[in-house]
Design a protein around this ligand. Structure first.
Ligand code: ARG
Length: 464
């Protein structure tokens, strides 16, 4: 009888021991042990299927399931001893199973390869992470809706080129962030459909000669269906790239959101207060209160986009089917999931405590001639061509600048100098409130429309 040398994987074929550094260099157990739970879940389903197809005896199947259950407990309790000699999470668990139950442990790998095993583990892992990510994302969306609802009538300047453009409401501005996050949510759900396909049964690359039942394993693991091509199943990581791309978009949105919160909390804008619990002081300047959470989130967006680039580059030149290159997919993926969860969590916790400074936002909108377009539109409604109206309003703005007055503070006779079409009703349009209320179509900033948008959004959130 041949004895299995536990020192080296497939050691019978090798005349030499692995170089000590190569052993460390090629091992992944330090990081892929994070998928231990998924690895065990996949193995239990595989063994159950092998048992039901008569490939394992019922006793062997039960021994395997009991052994794996014990290993899961050892891991949870921190008693499991991980060894680099066993290279990765899969071999560590299999070796321990054989220690525990003997020969039946060595039968678990029947009709399977680490290639379909690892692809399955990552899919299970991502499916689970997406659940946590979307939980925090939804929490953030609700926080944004609550804040928007409190500020349906709160006027602030809207910007283009970071210059005051037209008045909007703070509620409307918040709802813009809500819409972006809605698309992020949908992207994750959509990507999950393609993650939720089962590679097991593809084995090393060509499938297996055992009479397996892939549909059964897929059902046991909650996958939508078994994958359609064995080569594709073990080699492509496009689903992971897609997840990281969806993650990069989330982080890009959070980064833009952060940029606004940072600007708005500065003394120069002074539009909002970020609570102390989400800021820190300076070690040297006693007066400082720094918006650390938004800054860190903005910074962290870079690493997720970096992970997207790594995974694309990792994949791009690989021939079919599995290559060891793919072992490099784990760390970027894990870090993407961790970063998303942490950033969304911090945001969902912080947003309910943001306090808009209404008076400051109002004064800022007033200072910037935000209703200039409204005056032009007023003249157009009275029969003037838009370009001529644009010109005339330019003159009125210049007068306002020179005399340090908002358009609504310029007297009627002064305005009439520019056009006889202007009458007293012009002030209904020159006020910030009038301007905002007039944009009362779908998607507009009028408080009545923002209220309706929030209502629709709440229904949408209740349905998820
Ligand atoms: N640790 C490997 C990975 O992460 C598992 C698959 C290894 N397969 C193999 N044939 N070397 O991809």
């Amino acid at each position: 009888m041949t004895t299995v040398n536990s020192v080296k994987l497939s050691s019978a074929r090798f005349a030499q021991a692995t170089d000590a550094f190569v052993e460390v260099f090629t091992a992944s157990v330090d990081f892929d042990q994070r998928m231990a739970k998924q690895d065990i879940e996949g193995s239990i389903a595989h063994a159950t299927m092998l048992g039901s197809c008569g490939i394992l005896t019922e006793l062997e199947r039960d021994d395997i399931i009991n052994g794996l259950t014990q290993i899961a407990e050892e891991i949870t309790n921190g008693e499991f001893v991980w060894s680099i000699k066993q290279e990765d999470v899969h071999m560590n668990i299999e070796a321990r199973l054989t220690d525990l139950i003997g020969i039946a442990g060595k039968k678990l790998h029947t009709g399977r390869s680490r290639n379909d095993q690892v692809a399955t583990d990552i899919r299970l892992y991502l499916r689970n992470e997406i659940e946590h990510i979307t939980e925090h994302l939804a929490r953030l969306q609700i926080a944004i809706l609550d804040l928007a609802e409190q500020h349906i009538d709160t006027i602030m300047p809207g910007f283009t080129h970071l210059q005051v453009a037209q008045p909007i409401t703070f509620g409307h501005h918040m709802m813009a962030w809500f819409e972006m996050l809605c698309r992020d949510y949908e992207r994750l759900q959509d990507c999950c459909k393609r993650i939720n396909i089962m590679p097991l049964g593809a084995a090393a690359l060509a499938g297996t000669s055992y009479p397996i039942n892939r549909a059964m394993t897929a059902e046991l693991l909650g996958f939508r269906r078994p994958s359609a091509n064995s080569l594709d199943s073990v080699s492509d990581r496009d689903f992971a790239i897609e997840f990281t791309a969806a993650g990069s978009l989330i982080m890009m949105h959070l980064s833009r959101f952060s940029e606004e919160l940072i600007l708005w909390s500065s003394a120069q804008f002074d539009f909002i207060d970020i609570p102390d619990a989400f800021c820190t002081g300076s070690s040297i300047m006693p007066q400082k209160k720094n918006p650390d959470v938004p800054e860190l989130v903005r910074g962290k967006s870079g690493r997720v986009t970096g992970h997207l680039m790594s995974l694309l580059m990792l994949m791009k030149s690989q021939p079919l089917a599995y290559n060891k290159d793919n072992q490099e997919d784990k760390e970027p993926l894990f870090d993407t999931a961790d970063t998303l969860i942490n950033c969304l969590r911090a945001y969902a916790d912080m947003i309910p405590h943001i306090t808009p400074k209404k008076e400051n936002m109002y004064a800022s909108a007033k200072r910037g001639f935000a209703t200039a377009t409204d005056l032009a539109d007023y003249l157009v409604r009275k029969g003037m061509a838009f370009r001529d109206a644009h010109e005339i309003v330019g003159l009125a703005v210049r007068l306002g600048l020179e005399s340090k007055r908002d358009l609504s503070e310029i007297s009627l006779p002064e305005l009439q100098q520019f056009s006889p079409l202007i009458t007293r009703d012009v002030y209904d349009y020159l006020t910030l409130e009038g301007s905002v209320a007039s944009r009362n179509h779908i998607g507009g900033t009028a408080p009545v429309m923002v209220r309706a948008a929030i209502q629709t959004a709440r229904q949408k959130m209740a349905a998820v």
